[in-house]
Ligand binder design. Structure first.
Ligand code: AR6
Length: 171
């Protein structure tokens, strides 16, 4: 098994060191992955997010950035919150989307996380076309991952279409 894997499933059930949240700049919760993580992880996550807003990120976390909290009741040690770009027809925001994956892995590395689970950032409420989102995600992770740093970087996809799109690229 290579360091990159793809599974069909729910990000909140992953037994990994760090799960990545597809958050928004406020860091204070939302729908989709973000809603599921806060629901299942409990109140301690949003408490830590509020502290981050009060200290390091008074204006919120910009798109492409990543920051960690503990994982509350989730079967993981940390949640790494990243903010994907909203898809735009007129502006190429691919660099921001690639940055989400790169920055999340940089945070994971600092934490000492060896297994990391990612959702398909930006491909839900933020409207990024799935195949393009998968292409950017896999390329960014492949580039960032040194095999000595991570045991597994797992993409967790909610439906068959997303799973196929990621699995095809990982090979
Ligand atoms: N586990 C794995 N994947 C999931 C789950 C889950 N529990 N739930 C949804 N997905 P989205 P975004 C898939 O909308 O596009 C929130 O309101 C989903 O099918 O969660 O980055 C935030 O607060 C899709 O393929 O994230 C932001 O405001 C992918 O995960 C905004 O949505 C991402 O969908 C972020 O939008």
């Amino acid at each position: 098994m290579g360091v990159l894997t793809a599974v069909r499933g729910d990000i909140t059930g992953q037994e990994v060191d760090a799960v990545v949240n597809a958050a928004n700049s406020s860091l204070l919760g939302g729908g989709g992955v973000d809603g599921a993580i806060h629901r299942r992880g409990g109140k301690s996550i949003v408490r830590e997010c509020r502290e981050l807003r009060a200290s390091a990120y008074p204006d919120g976390l910009p798109a492409g950035g990543a920051v960690a909290t503990t994982a509350g009741l989730l079967p993981a040690r940390w949640v790494i919150h990243t903010v994907g770009p909203v898809w735009s027809r007129t502006e190429d925001r691919s660099a921001q989307l690639a940055s989400c994956y790169r920055e999340s892995l940089a945070v994971a590395r600092e934490l000492g996380a060896r297994t990391v689970a990612f959702p398909a950032v930006s491909t839900g409420a933020y409207g990024w076309p799935l195949d393009d989102g998968a292409r950017i995600a896999v390329a960014a992770v492949q580039e960032a991952v040194g095999k000595e740093d991570f045991d597994e970087v797992r993409f967790v996809l909610f439906d068959d279409r997303s799973y196929e799109s990621f699995a095809r690229r990982i090979g």
